[in-house]
Write a protein that binds this ligand. Sequence first.
Ligand SMILES: Cc1ncc(COP(=O)(O)O)c(C=O)c1O
Length: 379
Amino acid sequence: MTAQPPPDLGRFAASRPQPKAGILDIIAYKPGKSTADGVTDPLKLSGNENILGCSPYARDAFVEAAGELNVYPDSRGTALRNAIAERWKLEPDRLVLGCGTDELLHLINQTFLEPGDNIVQGQYAFGAYGIGARACQAEVRSAPEPNYRIDVEAMLALVDERTRLMFITNPANPTGTFTTKDELRRLHEALPPSVVLVVDAAYAEFCTDPTFTDGLELARGAEAENIIVTHTFSKLHGLAALRVGWAYGPVPIADAIDRIRPPFNVSVPALTAAVAALADEDFQAKSLALVERWRPWLTQQFGGLGLGVVPSSANFILVEFPKTPGKTAPEAEAFLATRGLIVRGVANYGLPSHLRITIGLEEHNRALVDVLAEFLSRP
Ligand SMILES: Cc1ncc(COP(=O)(O)O)c(C=O)c1O
Protein backbone atom coordinates (compact mmCIF):
# COMPACT_ATOMS: atom_id res chain seq x y z
CA MET A 1 0.00 0.00 0.00
CA THR A 2 1.43 3.39 -0.94
CA ALA A 3 1.54 6.00 1.82
CA GLN A 4 -0.97 8.80 1.34
CA PRO A 5 0.45 12.35 1.39
CA PRO A 6 -0.76 14.28 4.45
CA PRO A 7 -3.81 16.46 3.73
CA ASP A 8 -2.98 20.06 2.91
CA LEU A 9 -4.44 22.09 5.77
CA GLY A 10 -2.58 25.23 4.78
CA ARG A 11 -5.81 27.09 4.09
CA PHE A 12 -6.50 27.11 7.85
CA ALA A 13 -3.11 28.66 8.70
CA ALA A 14 -4.53 32.09 9.56
CA SER A 15 -7.37 30.80 11.76
CA ARG A 16 -7.27 30.74 15.56
CA PRO A 17 -9.24 28.70 18.10
CA GLN A 18 -12.59 30.44 18.64
CA PRO A 19 -15.14 29.62 21.34
CA LYS A 20 -18.48 29.02 19.68
CA ALA A 21 -20.88 31.94 19.19
CA GLY A 22 -22.17 33.46 22.38
CA ILE A 23 -19.63 31.97 24.80
CA LEU A 24 -17.65 35.19 25.13
CA ASP A 25 -20.88 37.12 25.79
CA ILE A 26 -21.49 35.06 28.93
CA ILE A 27 -20.68 36.77 32.19
CA ALA A 28 -18.98 34.16 34.37
CA TYR A 29 -20.61 33.21 37.68
CA LYS A 30 -19.11 35.24 40.49
CA PRO A 31 -18.88 33.30 43.74
CA GLY A 32 -19.26 35.09 47.08
CA LYS A 33 -16.04 36.72 48.25
CA SER A 34 -14.02 34.93 50.90
CA THR A 35 -11.33 37.49 51.68
CA ALA A 36 -11.33 41.02 53.05
CA ASP A 37 -8.37 43.37 52.56
CA GLY A 38 -6.31 43.73 55.71
CA VAL A 39 -8.37 41.24 57.74
CA THR A 40 -6.62 37.98 58.56
CA ASP A 41 -9.51 35.72 59.44
CA PRO A 42 -12.74 37.21 58.08
CA LEU A 43 -16.12 35.60 58.55
CA LYS A 44 -17.70 34.51 55.29
CA LEU A 45 -21.42 35.22 55.24
CA SER A 46 -21.51 35.46 51.46
CA GLY A 47 -21.87 31.87 50.28
CA ASN A 48 -24.94 30.49 52.09
CA GLU A 49 -22.76 27.75 53.51
CA ASN A 50 -23.58 25.87 56.69
CA ILE A 51 -22.04 27.87 59.53
CA LEU A 52 -22.07 24.75 61.74
CA GLY A 53 -19.77 22.86 59.38
CA CYS A 54 -20.98 19.36 58.60
CA SER A 55 -21.98 16.19 60.38
CA PRO A 56 -19.04 14.63 62.28
CA TYR A 57 -20.10 11.29 60.79
CA ALA A 58 -19.78 12.75 57.30
CA ARG A 59 -16.30 14.00 58.16
CA ASP A 60 -15.30 10.57 59.49
CA ALA A 61 -16.67 8.90 56.37
CA PHE A 62 -14.69 11.33 54.22
CA VAL A 63 -11.47 10.52 56.09
CA GLU A 64 -12.16 6.83 55.83
CA ALA A 65 -12.60 7.16 52.07
CA ALA A 66 -8.96 8.27 51.92
CA GLY A 67 -8.10 4.57 52.14
CA GLU A 68 -9.42 3.92 48.62
CA LEU A 69 -8.31 6.88 46.57
CA ASN A 70 -6.98 4.60 43.84
CA VAL A 71 -10.44 3.26 42.99
CA TYR A 72 -12.98 4.87 40.65
CA PRO A 73 -16.31 5.59 42.26
CA ASP A 74 -19.42 3.53 41.61
CA SER A 75 -20.73 5.34 38.54
CA ARG A 76 -24.35 4.90 39.67
CA GLY A 77 -23.55 5.95 43.25
CA THR A 78 -25.72 3.05 44.34
CA ALA A 79 -25.43 3.49 48.11
CA LEU A 80 -26.23 7.20 47.98
CA ARG A 81 -28.92 6.68 45.34
CA ASN A 82 -30.67 4.15 47.58
CA ALA A 83 -30.29 6.32 50.69
CA ILE A 84 -31.83 9.32 48.91
CA ALA A 85 -34.62 7.17 47.48
CA GLU A 86 -35.44 5.79 50.90
CA ARG A 87 -35.33 9.13 52.67
CA TRP A 88 -37.55 10.98 50.16
CA LYS A 89 -39.68 7.96 49.09
CA LEU A 90 -38.43 8.09 45.51
CA GLU A 91 -37.75 5.53 42.80
CA PRO A 92 -33.96 5.00 42.63
CA ASP A 93 -33.90 4.71 38.84
CA ARG A 94 -35.34 8.17 38.43
CA LEU A 95 -32.42 9.81 40.26
CA VAL A 96 -29.34 11.38 38.70
CA LEU A 97 -26.43 12.23 40.99
CA GLY A 98 -24.25 15.19 40.18
CA CYS A 99 -21.07 17.01 41.09
CA GLY A 100 -23.20 19.56 42.90
CA THR A 101 -26.50 20.83 41.58
CA ASP A 102 -24.39 23.06 39.37
CA GLU A 103 -23.34 20.16 37.20
CA LEU A 104 -26.89 18.84 37.01
CA LEU A 105 -28.18 22.21 35.87
CA HIS A 106 -25.60 22.24 33.09
CA LEU A 107 -26.50 18.68 32.11
CA ILE A 108 -30.20 19.52 32.03
CA ASN A 109 -29.53 22.48 29.74
CA GLN A 110 -27.30 20.39 27.51
CA THR A 111 -29.85 17.61 27.34
CA PHE A 112 -32.72 19.82 26.19
CA LEU A 113 -31.48 22.96 24.48
CA GLU A 114 -30.65 23.52 20.85
CA PRO A 115 -29.54 26.88 19.44
CA GLY A 116 -32.58 29.14 19.19
CA ASP A 117 -34.52 27.38 21.98
CA ASN A 118 -35.27 29.33 25.12
CA ILE A 119 -35.54 28.93 28.86
CA VAL A 120 -37.88 30.88 31.11
CA GLN A 121 -36.85 31.97 34.59
CA GLY A 122 -37.61 34.69 37.10
CA GLN A 123 -36.06 38.13 36.98
CA TYR A 124 -33.71 37.37 39.90
CA ALA A 125 -32.99 33.76 38.95
CA PHE A 126 -29.88 31.95 40.15
CA GLY A 127 -27.15 32.68 37.61
CA ALA A 128 -26.29 29.11 36.68
CA TYR A 129 -29.48 28.55 34.66
CA GLY A 130 -28.76 31.31 32.20
CA ILE A 131 -25.06 30.52 31.89
CA GLY A 132 -25.82 26.90 30.97
CA ALA A 133 -28.54 27.92 28.54
CA ARG A 134 -26.38 30.52 26.80
CA ALA A 135 -23.62 27.94 26.45
CA CYS A 136 -26.15 25.97 24.39
CA GLN A 137 -26.89 29.08 22.32
CA ALA A 138 -30.36 29.30 23.80
CA GLU A 139 -32.19 32.47 24.72
CA VAL A 140 -32.80 33.36 28.36
CA ARG A 141 -36.19 34.88 29.12
CA SER A 142 -36.70 36.45 32.52
CA ALA A 143 -40.15 37.22 33.91
CA PRO A 144 -40.70 40.13 36.30
CA GLU A 145 -40.79 39.20 39.98
CA PRO A 146 -43.01 41.75 41.67
CA ASN A 147 -42.23 41.86 45.39
CA TYR A 148 -39.26 39.59 44.73
CA ARG A 149 -41.56 36.63 44.10
CA ILE A 150 -42.16 34.42 41.09
CA ASP A 151 -45.29 35.51 39.24
CA VAL A 152 -46.91 32.46 37.64
CA GLU A 153 -48.73 34.39 34.92
CA ALA A 154 -45.64 36.44 34.02
CA MET A 155 -43.60 33.24 33.69
CA LEU A 156 -46.25 31.57 31.51
CA ALA A 157 -46.54 34.66 29.32
CA LEU A 158 -42.94 34.13 28.16
CA VAL A 159 -43.47 30.55 27.01
CA ASP A 160 -43.56 29.94 23.28
CA GLU A 161 -42.99 27.02 20.94
CA ARG A 162 -39.21 27.24 21.42
CA THR A 163 -39.38 27.09 25.23
CA ARG A 164 -37.84 23.87 26.48
CA LEU A 165 -37.13 24.55 30.15
CA MET A 166 -38.60 26.65 32.93
CA PHE A 167 -36.54 27.15 36.09
CA ILE A 168 -37.99 27.85 39.53
CA THR A 169 -35.75 28.09 42.60
CA ASN A 170 -37.69 27.16 45.68
CA PRO A 171 -36.95 28.91 47.97
CA ALA A 172 -35.21 31.34 45.67
CA ASN A 173 -31.66 32.64 45.75
CA PRO A 174 -30.93 35.56 46.15
CA THR A 175 -34.41 36.70 47.22
CA GLY A 176 -35.18 34.00 49.81
CA THR A 177 -38.87 33.99 48.83
CA PHE A 178 -40.76 30.85 47.90
CA THR A 179 -43.38 29.71 45.42
CA THR A 180 -46.35 28.01 47.08
CA LYS A 181 -47.72 24.54 46.36
CA ASP A 182 -50.74 26.06 44.64
CA GLU A 183 -48.61 28.36 42.49
CA LEU A 184 -46.28 25.54 41.48
CA ARG A 185 -49.19 23.26 40.65
CA ARG A 186 -50.85 26.02 38.61
CA LEU A 187 -47.62 26.66 36.75
CA HIS A 188 -47.06 23.00 36.03
CA GLU A 189 -50.62 22.42 34.89
CA ALA A 190 -50.52 25.37 32.50
CA LEU A 191 -47.18 24.41 30.93
CA PRO A 192 -47.22 22.64 27.60
CA PRO A 193 -46.08 19.03 28.20
CA SER A 194 -43.04 19.71 26.01
CA VAL A 195 -41.65 22.20 28.52
CA VAL A 196 -39.75 20.75 31.46
CA LEU A 197 -40.30 22.47 34.79
CA VAL A 198 -37.06 22.38 36.78
CA VAL A 199 -37.51 23.04 40.50
CA ASP A 200 -34.17 23.83 42.13
CA ALA A 201 -34.75 23.06 45.79
CA ALA A 202 -31.24 23.85 47.06
CA TYR A 203 -32.65 25.61 50.15
CA ALA A 204 -35.84 23.58 50.57
CA GLU A 205 -34.92 22.17 53.96
CA PHE A 206 -34.89 25.66 55.45
CA CYS A 207 -38.51 26.35 54.53
CA THR A 208 -41.03 24.86 56.92
CA ASP A 209 -44.04 26.84 55.77
CA PRO A 210 -47.00 24.45 55.28
CA THR A 211 -47.80 25.99 51.89
CA PHE A 212 -44.30 25.22 50.60
CA THR A 213 -43.26 22.34 48.38
CA ASP A 214 -39.92 21.40 46.91
CA GLY A 215 -41.84 20.00 43.94
CA LEU A 216 -41.25 16.35 44.77
CA GLU A 217 -44.92 15.73 45.43
CA LEU A 218 -45.55 16.71 41.80
CA ALA A 219 -42.48 14.91 40.50
CA ARG A 220 -43.31 11.62 42.24
CA GLY A 221 -46.50 11.11 40.26
CA ALA A 222 -46.38 8.76 37.30
CA GLU A 223 -48.11 11.47 35.22
CA ALA A 224 -45.30 13.96 35.90
CA GLU A 225 -43.54 13.62 32.58
CA ASN A 226 -42.10 17.11 32.51
CA ILE A 227 -40.80 17.98 35.94
CA ILE A 228 -37.33 17.67 37.46
CA VAL A 229 -36.51 18.51 41.07
CA THR A 230 -32.94 19.12 42.17
CA HIS A 231 -31.52 19.02 45.69
CA THR A 232 -28.06 19.59 47.11
CA PHE A 233 -25.87 18.45 49.98
CA SER A 234 -24.14 21.85 50.00
CA LYS A 235 -26.52 23.74 52.28
CA LEU A 236 -28.32 21.95 55.13
CA HIS A 237 -25.79 19.12 55.11
CA GLY A 238 -22.79 21.43 54.94
CA LEU A 239 -20.94 19.49 52.24
CA ALA A 240 -20.42 22.32 49.74
CA ALA A 241 -16.73 21.46 49.37
CA LEU A 242 -17.54 17.93 48.26
CA ARG A 243 -19.99 18.86 45.47
CA VAL A 244 -22.95 16.52 45.69
CA GLY A 245 -26.39 17.16 44.26
CA TRP A 246 -29.22 15.07 42.87
CA ALA A 247 -31.99 15.41 40.36
CA TYR A 248 -35.28 13.51 40.28
CA GLY A 249 -37.28 13.24 37.10
CA PRO A 250 -39.20 10.80 34.95
CA VAL A 251 -37.27 7.75 33.74
CA PRO A 252 -36.86 8.97 30.12
CA ILE A 253 -35.39 12.27 31.34
CA ALA A 254 -33.11 10.63 33.91
CA ASP A 255 -32.00 8.23 31.21
CA ALA A 256 -31.28 11.05 28.75
CA ILE A 257 -29.27 13.07 31.27
CA ASP A 258 -27.33 9.98 32.27
CA ARG A 259 -26.16 9.50 28.70
CA ILE A 260 -24.09 12.68 28.82
CA ARG A 261 -23.21 12.62 32.52
CA PRO A 262 -19.49 12.10 33.09
CA PRO A 263 -19.44 8.54 34.40
CA PHE A 264 -17.49 9.21 37.59
CA ASN A 265 -18.82 12.68 38.35
CA VAL A 266 -19.31 12.16 42.08
CA SER A 267 -16.14 11.16 43.90
CA VAL A 268 -15.79 8.32 46.40
CA PRO A 269 -15.25 10.66 49.40
CA ALA A 270 -18.25 12.73 48.32
CA LEU A 271 -20.53 9.72 47.93
CA THR A 272 -19.46 8.22 51.25
CA ALA A 273 -19.74 11.46 53.20
CA ALA A 274 -23.15 12.24 51.71
CA VAL A 275 -24.55 8.87 52.82
CA ALA A 276 -23.30 9.55 56.36
CA ALA A 277 -24.64 13.11 56.30
CA LEU A 278 -28.08 11.95 55.27
CA ALA A 279 -28.22 9.59 58.24
CA ASP A 280 -27.28 12.31 60.74
CA GLU A 281 -30.68 13.78 61.46
CA ASP A 282 -29.39 15.39 64.61
CA PHE A 283 -26.98 17.61 62.66
CA GLN A 284 -29.70 18.47 60.16
CA ALA A 285 -32.09 19.43 62.97
CA LYS A 286 -29.42 21.62 64.58
CA SER A 287 -28.70 23.36 61.30
CA LEU A 288 -32.37 24.09 60.71
CA ALA A 289 -32.91 25.18 64.32
CA LEU A 290 -30.10 27.71 64.05
CA VAL A 291 -31.64 29.28 60.96
CA GLU A 292 -35.12 29.23 62.47
CA ARG A 293 -33.83 30.87 65.64
CA TRP A 294 -31.91 33.72 63.98
CA ARG A 295 -33.82 34.39 60.77
CA PRO A 296 -36.73 36.17 62.51
CA TRP A 297 -34.36 37.97 64.84
CA LEU A 298 -32.20 39.29 62.02
CA THR A 299 -35.27 40.19 59.97
CA GLN A 300 -36.60 42.22 62.86
CA GLN A 301 -33.24 43.84 63.62
CA PHE A 302 -32.58 44.84 60.01
CA GLY A 303 -36.08 46.31 59.86
CA GLY A 304 -35.42 48.15 63.11
CA LEU A 305 -32.37 49.74 61.50
CA GLY A 306 -34.64 51.11 58.79
CA LEU A 307 -33.43 48.67 56.13
CA GLY A 308 -35.75 46.89 53.72
CA VAL A 309 -35.93 43.16 54.39
CA VAL A 310 -37.29 40.56 52.00
CA PRO A 311 -38.97 37.84 54.11
CA SER A 312 -36.71 34.82 53.79
CA SER A 313 -37.39 31.10 53.82
CA ALA A 314 -33.73 30.18 53.30
CA ASN A 315 -30.49 30.36 55.28
CA PHE A 316 -29.80 33.93 54.14
CA ILE A 317 -31.61 37.24 54.03
CA LEU A 318 -31.82 39.82 51.26
CA VAL A 319 -31.55 43.32 52.70
CA GLU A 320 -32.21 46.60 50.91
CA PHE A 321 -30.11 49.68 51.65
CA PRO A 322 -30.90 53.35 51.05
CA LYS A 323 -29.71 55.04 47.88
CA THR A 324 -28.37 57.96 49.93
CA PRO A 325 -24.61 58.39 49.38
CA GLY A 326 -22.77 57.07 52.41
CA LYS A 327 -25.50 54.52 53.20
CA THR A 328 -25.65 52.41 50.05
CA ALA A 329 -25.32 48.66 49.75
CA PRO A 330 -21.81 48.69 48.21
CA GLU A 331 -20.64 51.05 50.96
CA ALA A 332 -22.20 48.84 53.63
CA GLU A 333 -20.51 45.80 52.06
CA ALA A 334 -17.15 47.56 52.15
CA PHE A 335 -17.69 48.77 55.73
CA LEU A 336 -18.64 45.28 56.93
CA ALA A 337 -15.54 43.89 55.21
CA THR A 338 -13.29 46.25 57.18
CA ARG A 339 -14.75 44.59 60.29
CA GLY A 340 -14.10 41.13 58.91
CA LEU A 341 -17.71 40.42 57.89
CA ILE A 342 -18.03 39.37 54.27
CA VAL A 343 -21.51 39.57 52.77
CA ARG A 344 -22.71 39.31 49.20
CA GLY A 345 -23.34 42.22 46.88
CA VAL A 346 -26.01 41.20 44.38
CA ALA A 347 -25.76 43.93 41.75
CA ASN A 348 -25.10 41.17 39.22
CA TYR A 349 -28.65 39.94 39.93
CA GLY A 350 -30.02 43.38 39.12
CA LEU A 351 -30.20 44.27 42.81
CA PRO A 352 -27.59 47.04 43.26
CA SER A 353 -29.22 48.34 46.45
CA HIS A 354 -29.27 44.98 48.21
CA LEU A 355 -26.93 42.71 50.08
CA ARG A 356 -27.47 39.01 50.65
CA ILE A 357 -26.40 37.94 54.10
CA THR A 358 -25.97 34.33 55.22
CA ILE A 359 -27.34 33.64 58.69
CA GLY A 360 -24.49 32.95 61.11
CA LEU A 361 -24.01 31.89 64.71
CA GLU A 362 -25.42 34.10 67.45
CA GLU A 363 -22.19 36.07 67.88
CA HIS A 364 -21.92 36.62 64.13
CA ASN A 365 -25.49 37.81 63.83
CA ARG A 366 -25.16 40.18 66.77
CA ALA A 367 -21.86 41.54 65.43
CA LEU A 368 -23.42 42.06 62.04
CA VAL A 369 -26.31 44.08 63.43
CA ASP A 370 -23.96 46.15 65.62
CA VAL A 371 -21.66 46.96 62.72
CA LEU A 372 -24.59 47.84 60.48
CA ALA A 373 -26.03 50.11 63.18
CA GLU A 374 -22.65 51.84 63.37
CA PHE A 375 -22.47 52.13 59.59
CA LEU A 376 -25.93 53.65 59.32
CA SER A 377 -25.44 56.10 62.19
CA ARG A 378 -22.25 57.58 60.75
CA PRO A 379 -22.71 61.24 59.84
C1 LIG B 1 -30.29 28.25 44.04
C2 LIG B 1 -29.05 27.44 43.98
N1 LIG B 1 -29.03 26.36 43.20
C3 LIG B 1 -27.94 25.61 43.10
C4 LIG B 1 -26.80 25.92 43.79
C5 LIG B 1 -25.58 25.09 43.58
O1 LIG B 1 -25.54 24.12 44.52
P1 LIG B 1 -24.38 23.04 44.49
O2 LIG B 1 -23.43 23.40 45.55
O3 LIG B 1 -25.13 21.77 44.77
O4 LIG B 1 -23.78 23.03 43.14
C6 LIG B 1 -26.76 27.02 44.61
C7 LIG B 1 -25.53 27.38 45.32
O5 LIG B 1 -25.41 28.34 45.99
C8 LIG B 1 -27.92 27.81 44.71
O6 LIG B 1 -27.93 28.91 45.46
